[in-house]
Design a protein around this ligand. Structure first.
Ligand SMILES: CC(C)(COP(=O)(O)OP(=O)(O)OC[C@H]1O[C@@H](n2cnc3c(N)ncnc32)[C@H](O)[C@@H]1OP(=O)(O)O)[C@@H](O)C(=O)NCCC(=O)NCCS
Length: 200
């Protein structure tokens, strides 16, 4: 299997459903809110020129097999989910009835996300990294993350930070093998996360 890494700007709007579907392989809060939220989130990501990101495509079939995105202000992305009030109220009511714990977690996490990147002007936060299930364990994640470091350096950042769930051995191994260190461990609602950092 051979693949190529491209900057996120190579992703076209008609590929938004593909990246949103790929994201559903992540077990975090955004996935729990459901596909409409994931799709809307990536629409926002693609329009935000402060987002730094990379995607990986299979050279044989052109399939999107992974991505890693980062932002200096993650809360500015999530807050835009409420811009279209009618859409947001309709979708959040569905979540409240079908998945109430995800709604409660959303409220808790939105406060945590907002406070985390204050006074971190030289840093960018890695938000999501997902590899297609059929391509995992072949170093795509590790290589993609290195591609993100390169893009972040080019954009002038000196540090990259992130949060990973403590049960996620694959993610912890990948981050450590790429030079991240665990700074703290904290609780965010039902999630227990490591706060990680790497000097770029
Ligand atoms: C975490 C994830 C991105 C790793 O991607 P990947 O391409 O499978 O990982 P790689 O093949 O690049 O492996 C990187 C390192 O992690 C280790 N690793 C990968 N999968 C592992 C697993 N299931 N259990 C233990 N270690 C694992 C590898 O051995 C490798 O270690 P090494 O560099 O010391 O040899 C992928 O499993 C995934 O998409 N998971 C779902 C989404 C997710 O959890 N994202 C991370 C959120 S922070």
């Amino acid at each position: 299997m051979s693949y190529t890494i491209y900057p996120l700007k190579e992703l076209k709007t008609d590929q938004l459903p593909e990246i949103a579907t790929l994201h559903l392989g992540d077990h975090g809060l955004l996935t729990q809110l459901g596909y409409p939220f994931v799709l809307r989130y990536f629409e926002i990501v693609l329009k935000d020129n402060r987002v730094v990101g990379v995607i990986a495509k299979d050279d044989q079939n052109g399939k999107l097999i992974g991505y890693n995105i980062a932002s200096p202000e993650p809360s500015s992305l999530t807050s835009q989910l409420t811009d279209d009030k009618v859409w947001f109220i309709k979708e959040i009511i569905k979540v409240i009835f079908t998945h109430p714990s995800a709604f409660i977690q959303l409220v808790v996490s939105s406060f945590t996300i907002k406070s985390q990147m204050e006074d971190e002007a030289d840093a960018i936060e890695s938000l999501y990294l997902t590899i297609d299930e059929n391509y995992r364990g072949q170093k795509v994640g590790r290589t993609l993350q290195q591609g993100l470091f390169e893009e972040a350096r080019k954009a002038g950042y000196k540090r990259i930070v992130g949060s990973i769930e403590t049960w996620n051995e694959a993610s912890i191994k990948m981050c450590q093998s790429n030079g991240f260190v665990i700074k703290t461990t904290f609780r965010e609602g039902k999630f227990i996360r490591h706060r990680i950092e790497k000097i770029l």
